[in-house]
Design a protein around this ligand. Structure first.
Ligand SMILES: [Fe+2]
Ligand SMILES: [Fe+2]
Length: 475
């Protein structure tokens, strides 16, 4: 596949210049996008030269290049992964048909809704993270933040392309609305609740990119299975970028833990107050942040039982994670799945039709994937010879969506009373004091190679550059 022409206003691999109406519509949307970036994108960053990765084609080898770019000049290309010859609808009632290149009329409303919901999260996270650049712990981290931000912007472009190309006037209106809603806005909030939370500090940022970008990975994987081929191809390409976002989260938390353990050992201290006195983040605070971000993120998968999820699957619009690796009939009409419920004052599992519990299935796949990284963080603590271990909370803990929202559950999965919850929440979720402490550590460090006191340097730089490479130049 050829390299993209970056002299075009909207670089793309979708032959945009052959569809003048579409091209004009997108060129009309572009200035609104740039205005949004200026108003809601990374604070005070317009003139920085940032060492960015730019997608240039969709082949696995050399799909991106690196160079210093001002973020407003970063080219928000539109990319669909390469078409798969003879691709079929692989699940649901239309299984075996050729994959759809156009939107089937009967699925139009549902497809639009799925694309809008996904699209809404992309600019939302940029808004949530817009002040973080002012307190970046290093030049390297600042670059990673900006890389994620420009790619979330590109993901918005990818979704807007689908809306413009396939949904006519409705699609154009939805594309406008994606720029009008804002994270945390009282009147026009973002669609999903986790995307209206603040990302106030870098510990929250790393947790967000580890846990919430991973929700993106699972949603995109499920959408990449779609019988609507353009959606599948768009999501497949987005996944190549998502991996870096999760890397930033996983390695970020690992470096925070590393630094804390180093101080604990050096001074022979374990008491959180003493650890804090050394200007690093105590492990129990990291656990509370983990509890918060994990529980807020698993809510994103929706209600445990959902007739919408069943309808999306049966219609061939949204599959399961790794649908094609599963050895079953891909119709699920006779399959069962276990969900949680409360019976006689206890959490118990109950078998229900799998079709109705696809949200829960995706959530469980997500949880398995999340737990693996927590194990890797624990190995950092173990290597330091400390006995503390981070734990992923029970999936019923601190839920606000689904039947578990009606009960109080401890991180280890015990059903508890309101009074017990009130007495213990301080130990389980970040308190105002925790957040204030973490905020007090947030100072901007921009000299290449230098790190804020509370975080260890990364083991290697980006794109084989040195750790003290000038990733961001300030003009
Ligand atoms: Fe994204
Ligand atoms: Fe992401």
């Amino acid at each position: 596949m050829s390299t993209i022409d970056y002299s075009e206003t909207i670089p793309n691999n979708v032959n945009l210049s052959e569809d003048k109406t579409l091209q004009r519509a997108l060129e009309h949307w572009q200035p609104n996008y740039l205005n949004w970036w200026r108003d809601m994108g990374p604070d005070g960053s317009t003139n920085h030269d940032v060492y960015l990765r730019t997608a240039i084609n969709v082949t696995p080898e050399g799909w991106a290049n690196f160079g210093h770019v001002k973020m407003p000049d970063y080219r928000w290309g539109i990319f669909l992964a390469q078409a798969e010859e003879g691709r079929k609808v692989n699940f649901g009632e239309s299984k075996g048909q050729d994959a759809w290149q156009e939107v089937p009329g009967e699925h139009r409303a549902n497809l639009r809704r799925m694309i809008v919901t996904q699209g809404d999260t992309e600019p939302a996270s940029v808004e949530q993270q817009r002040h973080l650049g002012l307190t970046a712990p290093s030049n390297y981290d600042l670059r990673n933040l900006f890389q994620i931000n420009v790619e979330e912007g590109r993901h918005l472009w990818a979704m807007v392309y689908l809306l413009h190309k396939h949904f006519g006037r409705d699609g154009r209106e939805e594309a406008e609305a994606l720029l009008q809603r804002n994270s945390g806005d009282v009147d026009k909030p973002r669609i999903l609740e986790a995307f209206n939370e603040e990302t106030p500090d870098w510990l929250a940022f790393y947790m967000f990119t580890y846990f919430t970008d991973r929700d993106g990975k699972f949603q995109l994987n499920a959408l990449a299975e779609s019988g609507f081929d353009p959606l599948s191809r768009t999501c497949r390409f987005m996944l190549t970028e998502e991996a870096h976002h999760m890397f930033v989260g996983e390695s970020g938390i690992s470096r925070v833990i590393n630094r804390t353990c180093q101080i604990m050992k050096e001074f022979g201290i374990e008491d959180p107050a003493q650890v804090r006195a050394k200007g690093v983040i105590d492990l129990p605070t990291i656990q509370r942040y983990l509890n918060f971000h994990f529980s807020v993120t698993i809510d994103l998968f929706g209600a445990d039982q959902s007739s919408n999820a069943a309808a999306f699957y049966s219609a061939g619009l949204k599959g399961r994670y790794e649908e094609m690796k599963r050895d079953d009939d891909h119709s699920l009409k006779n399959s069962q799945y276990r969900i949680l419920e409360v019976a006689n004052g206890k959490l118990v599992e109950r078998e229900v039709p799998m079709l109705n519990s696809l949200n829960e299935l995706l959530r469980d796949d997500y949880i398995r994937d999340s737990v693996a990284g927590v194990g890797r963080w624990n190995r950092v603590i173990e290597k330091a010879g400390l006995s503390f271990r981070l734990v992923t909370p029970h999936k019923a803990f601190n839920r606000h969506i689904g039947p578990m929202a009606a009960c109080k559950v401890s991180p280890d999965g015990q059903l508890i009373s309101e009074a017990e919850w009130a007495a213990n929440a301080r130990n389980w979720l970040p308190s105002e004091a925790d957040r204030a402490y973490v905020a007090s550590l947030m100072v901007r460090v921009i000299e290449p190679g230098k790190m804020a006191n509370w975080i260890a340097p990364p083991p290697v730089g980006i794109n084989r550059q040195a750790i003290d490479f000038e990733y961001v130049r300030f003009n």
